[in-house]
Design a protein around this ligand. Structure first.
Ligand SMILES: [Zn+2]
Ligand SMILES: [Zn+2]
Length: 198
């Protein structure tokens, strides 16, 4: 099965300024604007979706690009989860009460913290020049459209149409190129898993 996503999805990750805009809005809405934190992307967070560091030198909320690139629609929930950690450490009664106060039912999808073990994020968008199929890939390679390759052969080779870059991070590289392999079709479709913020 080829992973095809609707057009317009995963165009880019929000900039840090945009993250702060979300933070500011949630801060006014739920916390009377009194929370303070700096938001950062982390390309290294591999075991949690996000992290909240409370420190007298300044609070920091780190968000995993690996998570946000997979589940952009869950980013705001993740930010809210980490914001609640600014007033409630751990995931006990205080945390749950805060979540409810913010209008979120603290079910497993919001509460669960332990292991978020992301695969490497998608960084590349490939398009079939014949049927327009779009697929996301974690690495570059020689990919073919499964449905068009039978009739059109090599003309059905997918074209790299977009490279996703993380604002402020180094340009995406491919540490393990395997571009010599020919593949028809590709990865299995990925079902979103539970949100597991840290
Ligand atoms: Zn095609
Ligand atoms: Zn947490």
């Amino acid at each position: 099965m080829t992973t095809a996503l609707p057009k317009g999805r995963l165009v880019r990750l929000p900039t840090v300024a945009e993250l702060h805009a979300v933070f500011d809005r949630l801060n006014r809405l739920h916390f009377g604007g009194r929370l303070k934190a700096r938001l950062e992307w982390s390309t290294r967070l591999r075991t949690t979706a996000g992290k909240c560091v409370v420190s007298p030198r300044g609070n920091v909320i780190r968000l995993a690009t690996a998570f946000a690139s997979r589940y952009p629609e869950l980013l705001e929930r993740l930010i809210l989860h980490e914001m609640i950690h600014l007033v409630a450490s751990g995931h006990g009664a205080a945390f749950r009460a805060e979540a409810r106060r913010c209008g979120v039912e603290p079910g497993p999808d919001f509460m669960h913290c332990p292991e978020f073990a992301p695969r490497r994020p998608y960084r590349y968008r490939y398009t079939c020049p014949i049927c327009g199929l779009e697929v996301l890939r974690r690495r570059t390679g020689r990919w073919y459209c499964r449905s068009c390759a039978a009739r059109h052969g090599r003309a059905a080779r997918l074209r790299l149409s977009r490279l996703y870059v993380v604002p402020g991070a180094e340009p995406a590289g491919d540490q393990h190129p395997q571009h010599t392999r020919h593949r028809y079709g590709g990865d299995h479709a990925h079902q979103p898993e539970q949100l597991k913020p840290g």
